[in-house]
Design a protein. Structure first.
Length: 178
């Protein structure tokens, strides 16, 4: 995968088509969520990140699931926008490969920075003694980290494929641009 060194403003093919970004972000988030809930049925341990994060802000059980889903979709849309406007135009890889690389990078960010930070926030908000997953979900075991990786790769692969098909017209083609 080769990075292009020139700024995004000089790339004539960049389009800001929000319905495509939102649609690809929604489908990618749906794929990630499906993987998150199927893997535990197959015996892999997995934390429910949207529910876990929403518990930092909401304690009312009827509102909790709605807040978790809303937060999860918002984050999925935000990362789809980031991918479409900042990451994908700079990559010369095919759409699925670029999406998988993005998903892997999101996983590293989530496991190395976001999860430990949210765990620390949860300890402060809830008075300590919480069950923070820790760095790369170390306290939950390797299955949780691998389940998270599978979920993030599903997100990235679907995002790359759908966005590549709809915005660039290159569903399965290589790195060439149109």
């Amino acid at each position: 995968m080769k990075l292009q060194s020139h700024p995004i403003s000089h790339l004539p093919f960049v389009r800001h088509d929000m319905p495509i970004v939102v649609g690809s972000g929604f489908l990618a988030t749906l794929a990630m969520t499906t993987i998150m809930y199927v893997l535990p049925l197959l015996g892999m341990s997995q934390v429910d990140p949207p529910l876990w994060t929403a518990r930092l802000f909401v304690s009312d059980p009827p509102v909790l699931m709605t807040a978790a889903l809303t937060l999860h979709l918002f984050v999925g849309f935000a990362y789809a926008w980031l991918y479409a406007n900042q990451i994908e135009p700079r990559l010369s890889a095919g759409p699925v490969r670029a999406g998988l690389a993005f998903g892997a990078a999101l996983w590293v960010f989530a496991q190395a920075i976001a999860v430990p930070c949210l765990g620390a926030i949860a300890d402060v908000v809830h008075g300590g003694g919480g069950a923070s997953p820790g760095f790369f979900a170390a306290r939950l075991g390797a299955d949780s980290a691998f389940a998270s990786l599978a979920s993030h790769l599903a997100y990235g692969g679907v995002l790359g494929f759908v966005y590549g098909c709809l915005a660039r017209g290159r569903c399965l083609s290589g790195g060439g641009r149109r």
